[in-house]
Design a protein around this ligand. Structure first.
Ligand SMILES: Cc1ncc(C[n+]2csc(CCOP(=O)(O)OP(=O)(O)O)c2C)c(N)n1
Length: 367
């Protein structure tokens, strides 16, 4: 492993052709030789807490779904370093996050209340409406549709003279959609201040990465769009933060978009309606288990006396209380009613939609 990261240029591999991902923190929690963390101690602890929050919410969400109290949702499990490392490279006051659907901690970091996120998975359309000043778009289930939207958002912000960067997430599966290529191409042409964070977690539901693309790495496509690409160890919080910070810096300086591929692994089901044991080979899962991104950061923090049992217990208790509070709140929210299906479609309803709305309301009332 090299100790100097290749420059963030339109190259994704070093000159020797090595396609190894950039790593800062080794799986045992020790820094690579010569590496220096780009997060200070307080930021590292905060990022670790956000990763733990995400993991705890995954468990709670699964349990609630099984009890019929929560809808189908996609856990982050295994990808916490990839999501959090990228999110903490942003300034939430001015930068934006455009999610796919597996990025809860990035949305929380931007200031989205957990309750708001949860409403979406309770079938409440109000979940998609972020509070004023929270710079996030709603989660996107239509694969890759968020990518051209993110480019448009970034371009628009730049045209308004704002000093803002848009971080947009997508998966390896989404990167095979036409929208991905169109978005990267347009972003490169416009020089839009957008960072494409491609989370390569090995699987698109049951389709393995090997059947997704013949490209040696997905970051390798970047030069074709005239933008820089980089391959990063997605289970390494510090490596992801370092590379995404560089990409954000480039975008803010007016140097345009970048593509960052985080090499990670989905430790479990695609969502609560899936059973990954039917297709994820057991030995593959086992090979990734020791690379758990949270264990890696915890080992690092403990080795530097920045985390101990007492702090660990306090953090987990705080997280548990916050999640329970959010569950209580959303379960107490009045259901929105069918009218809400039409409430956010446009400023004014077309005559046809107005008729549909009236029909639906009448049919619900007469039942
Ligand atoms: C346009 C479209 N086609 C198909 C689907 C069904 N679908 C939902 S998630 C998914 C796989 C996505 O994989 P990836 O982009 O790698 O993200 P991951 O879920 O692994 O994070 C598919 C095919 C969809 N939601 N939208």
């Amino acid at each position: 492993m090299s100790t100097t990261r290749p420059a963030f240029t339109p190259q994704f591999m070093r000159e020797d052709g090595d396609a190894a991902p950039w790593t800062v923190l080794r799986p045992d929690g020790q820094l690579e030789e010569g590496a220096r963390p780009t997060l200070d101690d307080a930021q590292l602890r905060e990022a670790c807490e956000l990763m733990l929050f995400s993991r705890a919410f995954d468990e709670k969400g699964f349990s609630l779904q099984r009890q019929g109290r929560f809808g189908t949702f996609s856990p982050v499990r295994g990808q916490e370093a990839s999501v959090v490392g990228a999110a903490v490279a942003l300034d939430p006051q001015r930068d934006w996050v455009v999610p796919q659907y597996r990025e809860l901690p990035a949305l929380l970091r931007q200031g989205l209340p957990l309750e708001q996120f949860m409403l979406t998975f309770l079938g409440d359309p109000r979940g998609g409406l972020a509070p004023e000043g929270v710079n996030v778009l709603p989660i996107q289930i239509g694969l890759a549709a968020q990518l051209p939207q993110a480019v448009g958002l970034a371009w628009g912000l730049a045209r308004q003279g704002r000093d803002a960067v848009v971080l947009v997430f997508c998966g390896d599966g989404a990167s095979s959609e036409g929208d991905f290529h169109e978005a990267c191409n347009l972003a490169g042409t416009l020089g839009a201040p957008v960072v494409f964070l491609l989370q390569n977690n090995g699987w698109a539901i049951s389709t393995p990465r090997s059947r997704q693309s013949a490209a040696v790495t997905l970051a390798a496509r970047a030069p074709g769009y005239g933008i820089p690409g980089s391959l990063v160890d997605g289970n390494d919080l510090l490596a992801v933060h370092e590379v995404v910070s560089d990409a954000v810096g480039r975008a803010r300086a007016g140097d345009g978009p970048s593509l960052v591929e985080t090499l990670t692994y989905r430790l479990g089901d695609h969502n609560t309606a899936d059973d990954a044991r039917r297709y994820q080979p057991a030995d593959e899962l086992e090979s990734w288990a020791p690379r758990d991104p949270i264990a890696r950061v915890l080992a690092h923090l403990r080795s530097r006396d920045l985390w101990d049992d007492e702090h660990d217990a306090a953090v987990r208790a705080r997280i548990g209380r916050r999640i329970d509070e959010a569950v209580r709140t959303v379960e107490g929210v009045e259901p929105p009613g069918v009218d809400h299906l039409f409430a956010h479609v446009g400023e004014e309803l077309s005559p046809r939609l107005a008729r549909q709305r009236a029909d639906l309301i009448a049919s619900v009332e007469t039942r």
